[in-house]
Design a protein around this ligand. Structure first.
Ligand code: CTP
Length: 373
């Protein structure tokens, strides 16, 4: 049997990037031989094993044929007669379809090296079209390697357009789509992910509401701004993406994408707050209205989420948007009201609630009066 280093490790070392995981393909072996050498079998779909020492993944060379639609129905054929080249041929992109022998020699039957040099994302074979998830993967690699100058080559773009037109993207399960979205939102140039999806038509299936040119431009600007801030999380990035939609539309889309609840909630808040802040008059701020917004955001119990909300709104409305500054001032002013102190004064039940609200209102009134000075 022969083991070859494959996939991302070969690609990333040629790009001079840090190699995180090393995956191997084994040619000429049976599961029984692998087990007898101390490998542990993992996963039931394919014959994949963990090396007893390094814990790296070793997969037996295999071919895959598509049977059904979407991401279901692959028939896997794995046997000692499957060659390395056959295994590489079933892969998505040429830059992912190279191998290295244990001696370090590059095995590159599909010219991945040339595409690395030319900065091209190119499909290995027509079998690319058998797996619609590859459209999202290709877009994600475009987002990751955009700073290095990579683009999707014309032939692959044409193939992806054909896949979208034949309805392949409609059959992707939301969980897999979300997984790719989540990863793409954290790549170096997340806009490139959505540009590729837009150009091949997949965006019109996955998030049709942001495909029009004006909305798309705003969504990308918001995403870029949030991305440029240090340490922003998935919730903030996702909310920025949907930020120029109306609240019910954004929420329905977030649900359809099966985004996690925290992502749905932040998208809902951002889109609910945007028109309210836009329509408020910063010259005549009302403490009541500001307190209502803080209640609406559940600021008292979810202060971290409130700061995520401000982070996104600073990007979509601009950092020095006066109503946003007032909201921030109000939140700081109202923070210090201690229910404990009011309890000690004998307040309880509804009276306690009223006293807390009253105290918060007073503090907000005071603080916004000072901003006018
Ligand atoms: N692959 C594929 N089609 C898919 C998923 C994976 O062809 N739908 C192939 C690619 O050749 C890829 C390899 O399987 O290189 C391993 O997949 P994965 O670990 O997801 O990607 P990596 O290329 O290792 O990239 P990453 O750096 O994101 O882990």
């Amino acid at each position: 049997m022969q083991a070859y280093l494959v996939g991302g490790a070969v690609r990333d070392s040629l790009l001079g990037l840090e190699v995180k995981d090393r995956d191997w393909v084994v040619v000429g072996a049976t599961p029984r031989e692998m087990l007898s050498k101390g490998f542990k079998q993992v996963g039931s779909d394919f014959p994949v094993f963990l090396h007893p020492g390094t814990r790296e993944e070793y997969a037996l060379a295999r071919t895959e044929r598509k049977q059904g639609r979407g991401y279901h129905g692959f028939t896997v054929y794995s046997a000692p007669d499957v060659t390395l080249e056959q295994d590489l041929k079933r892969r998505d992109l040429t830059i992912n379809a190279m191998a290295r022998t244990e001696g370090g020699e590059l095995v590159d039957p599909f010219n991945g090296r040339r595409d690395i040099d030319d900065r091209k994302l190119r499909h290995v074979s027509e079998a690319f079209a058998e797996d619609p998830l590859r459209i999202l993967r290709t877009a994600r690699f475009a987002a990751r390697f955009h700073p290095l100058g990579f683009t999707v080559c014309d032939q692959t773009m044409a193939l992806m357009k054909g896949m979208v037109a034949s309805g392949e993207v409609d059959h992707l399960v939301p969980e897999r789509v979300w997984q790719e979205f989540q990863r793409a939102l954290h790549e170096k140039a997340p806009e490139a992910f959505f540009e590729v999806l837009r150009d091949c038509g997949a965006l019109a299936v996955l998030i049709p509401e942001i495909t029009s040119s004006a909305v798309f431009t705003r969504a990308m600007a918001a995403l870029r701004c949030v991305h440029n801030r240090a340490d922003t999380d998935t919730e903030e990035r996702f909310a920025a993406l949907l930020s120029s939609l109306d609240e019910p539309v954004a929420l329905a889309r977030a649900k359809a994408l099966k985004a996690p609840n925290d992502c749905q909630n932040l998208a809902r808040l951002v889109t609910a707050f945007t028109p309210q802040l836009r329509n408020s008059d910063p010259h005549n701020p009302e403490a009541d209205a500001l307190l209502n917004l803080l209640d609406q955001a559940d600021f008292w119990r979810r202060p971290e989420r409130f700061s995520q909300l401000l982070n996104v709104l600073e990007c979509t409305l601009s950092a020095d948007f006066p109503p946003l500054n007032l909201l921030r001032t109000a939140s700081k002013a109202a923070t210090g009201v201690e229910p404990k102190a009011l309890l000690a004064q004998g307040y309880k039940g509804k009276e306690l609630g009223d006293a807390i609200r009253h105290e918060r209102l007073e503090r907000i009134r005071d603080a916004i009066a000072h901003t006018k000075d």
